[in-house]
Design a protein around this ligand. Structure first.
Ligand SMILES: *Cc1c(COP(=O)(O)O)cnc(C)c1O
Ligand SMILES: [Zn+2]
Length: 450
């Protein structure tokens, strides 16, 4: 595909004057220091009808024609038209399954509950959606002859996994800064396996973020955190994909966990663009769910977003959202206001039990998805979400990244948490009678009681 570098640009999110090409190294507005956003030539988009866009997107879904089989690059004109085909760095991310969680919905008294499994993608979290765009643009810049020696990010575990994989694919050096002992073993081993320079710092995520910003400012290493708006462009396809999977019908509610708040901003941006193009005729309500120990947005919501105070995040089992100073809070607040949004919070006990209870219905949740499920329960209990409404919960990562948490839960070893739904491994000697007796005892206890 021929690319037009003038169709998309960076501009100030706060509205200051100025436009910069997506291939320029710039993260903040030179005038107000605020975040940037990617803007597109909407008049150009509108030369194609809504029906035309729909047909094109359906046609490309699961195609093998490079690079359209990716859920992100299938919507390339709306996401990032500035990368040549041969410079796209994609591992066919996105196009993840959206399925009817019937049994869990029945338990909650909700008929129309759906889960969007964003963890079923290359590195096991939605971070792939944004990273394919960012690394592709970096690849394009390097191929154009710009001097970008490496890419770097601070991470709570999933951003680093995605950056390491995409950078490795494109042969770009990657550096990841992780808060020491605060990411899961699976998350730690991902960048290590992909050959990234993996550095653990004696601090939390917010501390890692400060260092990586300094390195990107002073040393010319390209910053891959979601402060960089290119990430948002890829991540915004999640809502677009959801409505496409529902034949362009819009659910009543979309619930997702929030930490640095890039993803909730991205979800809203994508849906607003679909709305503007006439692909959808209404907007869902959005719920952002936070861990009680890292809940600056929830606190701000209590004052109708009048003020926003960063905090020091406490330790939470939802480690990917253990963030006290979220970079995208302004973007997120704007989106939540536009989507009549709600912010909820979840305690450690609530998160752990929500994960385990939902896992019993055949899911395999990460703790962050658990935070979203707690929010769903609370909004149902308060009657804010009606039992007939269609609800989509965004599952942000694959549960297999968090087996250490799950094992400890079922063994009753999570500190300060009662394992209400634990299922313990039963160890027996290899003796037919013992095994048979135990099986029938267990069936009676678990399924025939009541
Ligand atoms: C990054 C992440 C989040 C939070 O997304 P933000 O954009 O930081 O709000 C939630 N869940 C998982 C699994 C993540 O990796
Ligand atoms: Zn500005």
């Amino acid at each position: 595909m021929s690319v037009d570098r003038d169709q998309s640009w960076f501009e100030c999110f706060g509205g200051c004057d100025g436009r910069w090409p997506l291939t320029k190294v710039i993260y903040r507005c030179p005038q107000c220091e605020g975040l940037l956003t990617v803007q597109h030539d909407k008049a150009h988009w509108k030369q194609t009808s809504a029906a035309g866009w729909k047909a094109r997107f359906l046609d490309r879904a699961h195609a093998t024609e490079w690079p359209y089989g990716s859920g992100v690059w299938g919507k390339r004109e709306l996401v990032c038209p500035v990368v040549d085909d041969e410079n796209v760095v994609s591992m066919y991310e996105g196009n993840t399954n959206l399925f009817w969680a019937k049994r869990l919905g029945d338990q909650l008294g909700l008929q129309d509950l759906w889960l969007k499994l964003c963890g079923n993608t290359h590195t096991g979290s939605f971070k792939d959606l944004g990273m394919t765009v960012l690394v592709s643009v970096v690849n394009q810049m390097r191929c154009d002859g710009q001097n970008i020696p490496a890419v770097a990010c601070a991470s709570t575990g999933d951003t680093s996994a995605a950056l390491a994989a995409y950078a490795a694919y494109a042969e770009i050096p990657a550096i990841v800064l992780l808060p020491k002992d605060k990411v899961s073993i699976a998350q730690l081993v991902q960048p290590i396996a992909n050959g990234a320079i993996t550095i653990s710092l004696e601090t939390d995520f917010d501390g890692c973020m400060e260092i990586v910003q300094e390195i990107s400012e002073k040393d010319g290493i390209y910053l891959a955190n979601s402060m960089n708006s290119l990430r948002i462009e890829g991540q915004k396809t999640v809502g677009m994909e959801i409505v496409q999977q529902f034949d362009w019908e819009v659910p009543d509610w979309i619930i997702m966990p929030g930490g640095n708040l890039g993803n909730v901003s991205a979800l809203g941006k994508g849906l607003l663009e679909f709305y503007e193009l006439g692909l959808i005729d209404k907007l869902p309500r959005i719920v952002c769910a936070q861990a009680e120990r890292a809940n600056p947005l929830y606190r701000s919501y209590q004052s109708d977003f009048e003020n926003f105070e960063p905090m020091e995040a406490g330790t939470t089992i939802a480690n990917a959202i253990q963030i006290g100073n979220p970079v995208s809070y302004e973007r997120a607040i704007a989106i939540l206001k536009r989507f009549d949004g709600i912010v909820e919070e979840a305690t450690e006990q609530e998160i752990a039990d929500a994960v385990a209870e939902a896992d019993r219905t055949g899911l395999f949740n990460c703790p962050h998805t658990g935070v979203a499920l707690v929010a769903l329960r609370k909004l149902l209990a308060r009657g804010e979400i009606g039992t007939q409404e269609r609800v989509v919960v965004i599952s942000t990562a694959h549960g297999l990244k968090f087996t250490d948490f799950k094992v400890k839960y079922h063994q009753g070893l999570l500190e300060g948490i009662t394992s209400t739904f634990s299922n313990k491994e039963i160890v027996l000697s290899a003796n037919y009678t013992k095994v048979r007796d135990e099986i029938f005892h267990q069936i009676e206890e678990r399924f025939e009681a009541s």
